[in-house]
Design a protein around this ligand. Structure first.
Ligand SMILES: NC(=O)c1ccc[n+]([C@@H]2O[C@H](COP(=O)([O-])OP(=O)(O)OC[C@H]3O[C@@H](n4cnc5c(N)ncnc54)[C@H](OP(=O)(O)O)[C@@H]3O)[C@@H](O)[C@H]2O)c1
Length: 159
């Protein structure tokens, strides 16, 4: 998790920034997550890597913004990808094409974004909700997801 989500980003930054500096322009879009906006029990390490991504990007923007380089931090909520295992779209769950089209339109306009209107509404709600309530809700959701997968794997092993 640390290698895939953190080390790879740092190495790509090291490879690509010098060329951008030389040209005096460039854009780096780093994908954090809504899980980096609040504590995420039971997916804690994933969430912590996403906090890294967000802070790393924001710090780099301060360091390199004046040199013509855009470094954007994107914090999506749910998108229907292989990783999320969500198949059905809705107002709040976009497909990758919809999400990327919307998120790309924010490059150069927003340094930190949830990427689309409906995810920005969710981001606003997360920021306004009291910490104790978010923690309780997240723990409840994470416990249910965990129970679902433990049951699924137990059934699979029986077969
Ligand atoms: N989808 C969401 O709801 C959501 C929400 C918030 C944040 N994000 C973030 O968005 C980013 C992109 O994910 P996605 O949702 O677009 O999913 P995706 O389409 O499934 O892409 C994930 C990518 O990560 C690669 N990958 C997964 N595990 C890996 C490993 N152990 N080593 C090397 N590569 C690995 C996959 O490679 P293969 O194709 O070879 O498997 C794939 O290219 C992720 O950083 C995720 O945290 C997604």
């Amino acid at each position: 998790m640390l290698n895939v989500n953190i080390l790879s980003c740092m190495m790509m930054t090291k490879i690509s920034l010098p060329n951008m500096l030389e040209r005096g322009k460039g854009a780096v879009i780093n994908i954090s997550s809504c899980s980096g906006m609040q504590p995420a029990p039971l997916i804690n390490i994933y969430a912590a890597t996403k906090v890294f991504m967000d802070f790393f990007s924001r710090g780099l923007q301060v360091e390199y913004g004046s040199k013509g380089i855009i470094i954007q931090s994107v914090l999506p909520f749910f998108v229907t990808t292989k990783l999320s295992r969500i198949r059905n779209t809705s107002l709040f769950v976009l497909n990758p094409t919809q999400y990327v089209r919307s998120a790309l339109a924010t490059v150069g306009l927003e340094q930190r974004t949830n990427g689309c209107m409906s995810h920005s509404i969710e981001g606003w709600a997360v920021e306004k909700t009291p910490e104790w309530l978010k923690n309780k809700a997240r723990m409840h959701i994470s416990n249910n997801v965990r129970k679902y997968y433990l049951k699924k794997y137990a059934n699979k092993n029986k077969k």
